[in-house]
Design a protein around this ligand. Structure first.
Ligand code: HEM
Ligand code: HEM
Length: 213
C-alpha cells in the first residue's frame, strides 16, 4: 500500500502517472460485478442461466485469487494487507485533505474488498452445494459424518439441509448486493476526497491523481 502524494510531483499540472490496474483485475472485477447484479437482481435462482452465470463468476474469482499470488505488484494480496491502523490513518488523511494515490487498494477499500470476496466465497460454495444435489455418492466418510449432522437437524426441526444451505446462499447474496452499493458510494466519495480517478482506473487501467492546482 505504498502511497505517492502529489507533493512529489515536479509539475503540479501534470501529475506523475500512478500505477494502473492490470487487465486481469479489470476484467475479473467487471465480470464478477455483472454476475452479481444479474444473479442477485434479474435472473431467477432456479434457472439454468443462473447456474452458468454463477460458474462464470466462480471462474473469475479463482482467476483473481490466483492472480493475487502470482500477479502484478498492485494485484497481489501482499500489496493490500488489512490493517485497522492504516485505515484510521487513511481516514485522517482524507478528512484533513491530504491527497494520496495508492499503488493498490487504499487501506479502507481493502476491508471492503476482503468482505466482498469473503461473502462471494460463501455464495459460491453454497451455490455449488445446491447445484450438486443430491450430495455426491462418492463422498468420503468424513463428509458423510458432517452431512449426518445436518440430517439430525432436519429430523429435529423439520428443515432440510437444502433449506439451510439455500438460506445461507440467499442471505450472503443479499449482503453482497448491500455491500456493493456501499462500495460504489465509497469509491465515489474516496475519488472526491482523495482526488484520484478510481473509476477510470478500474475501467481503462489508468490511475492518475487529479491536478491539484
Ligand atoms: C454470482 C453470485 C450469485 C448470486 C448473487 C446469487 C443469488 C441468488 C439468489 C438471490 C437466489 C434466490 C433466488 C430466488 O429464490 O429466486 C439464488 C438461488 C439459487 N442459486 Fe444463486 N447466486 C449466485 C451464485 C450462484 C452459484 C455460483 C450457483 C451454483 C453454481 C448458484 C445456484 C443457485 C441455485 C441452485 C438456486 C436455487 C435455490 C432454490 O430456490 O432452490 N448461485 N441465488
Ligand atoms: C455488484 C457490483 C460490484 C462488486 C461485487 C464489486 C466488487 C469489487 C471488488 C471485489 C473489488 C476488488 C477488485 C480486485 O482487487 O480485484 C472492487 C474494486 C473496485 N470497484 Fe467494484 N464492485 C462492484 C461494482 C462496481 C461499480 C459499479 C464501480 C464503479 C462505479 C466499481 C468500482 C470499483 C473500483 C474503482 C475499484 C478499485 C478500488 C480501488 O482503487 O481501491 N465497482 N470492486
Amino acid at each position: 500500500m505504498t502511497a505517492t502524494g502529489p507533493e512529489g510531483a515536479a509539475d503540479k499540472s501534470t501529475p506523475p502517472p500512478a500505477p494502473a490496474w492490470d487487465p486481469v483485475v479489470r476484467l475479473t472485477h467487471w465480470c464478477v460485478a455483472f454476475a452479481v447484479v444479474l444473479n442477485g437482481l434479474i435472473v431467477e435462482g432456479e434457472s439454468l442461466i443462473h447456474i452458468w452465470i454463477g460458474y462464470a463468476a466462480i471462474a473469475c474469482l479463482l482467476l483473481r485469487f490466483f492472480w493475487g499470488v502470482i500477479g502484478t505488484d498492485e494485484a497481489r494480496f501482499t500489496s493490500f494487507p488489512p490493517s485497522i491502523a492504516a485505515a484510521k490513518t487513511h481516514l485522517g488523511d482524507l478528512l484533513a485533505g491530504r491527497h494520496k494515490t495508492y499503488r493498490s487498494h487504499n487501506p479502507i477499500g481493502t476491508w471492503m474488498v476482503y468482505a466482498l470476496w469473503g461473502l462471494l466465497i460463501v455464495v459460491s460454495v453454497t451455490g455449488l452445494m445446491m447445484e450438486s444435489e443430491p450430495f455426491p455418492p462418492h463422498a468420503d466418510s468424513a463428509f458423510q459424518g458432517f452431512l449426518s449432522l445436518f440430517q439430525e437437524y432436519e429430523r429435529g426441526h423439520g428443515h432440510g439441509v437444502d433449506k439451510v444451505v439455500e438460506e445461507i446462499h440467499e442471505v450472503a447474496a443479499d449482503m453482497v448486493l448491500f455491500l456493493a452499493m456501499i462500495h460504489v458510494g465509497g469509491v465515489f466519495l474516496e475519488q472526491r476526497l482523495s482526488g484520484t480517478r478510481l473509476v477510470r482506473a478500474i475501467i481503462s487501467g489508468e490511475k492518475r491523481a487529479r491536478p491539484t492546482e
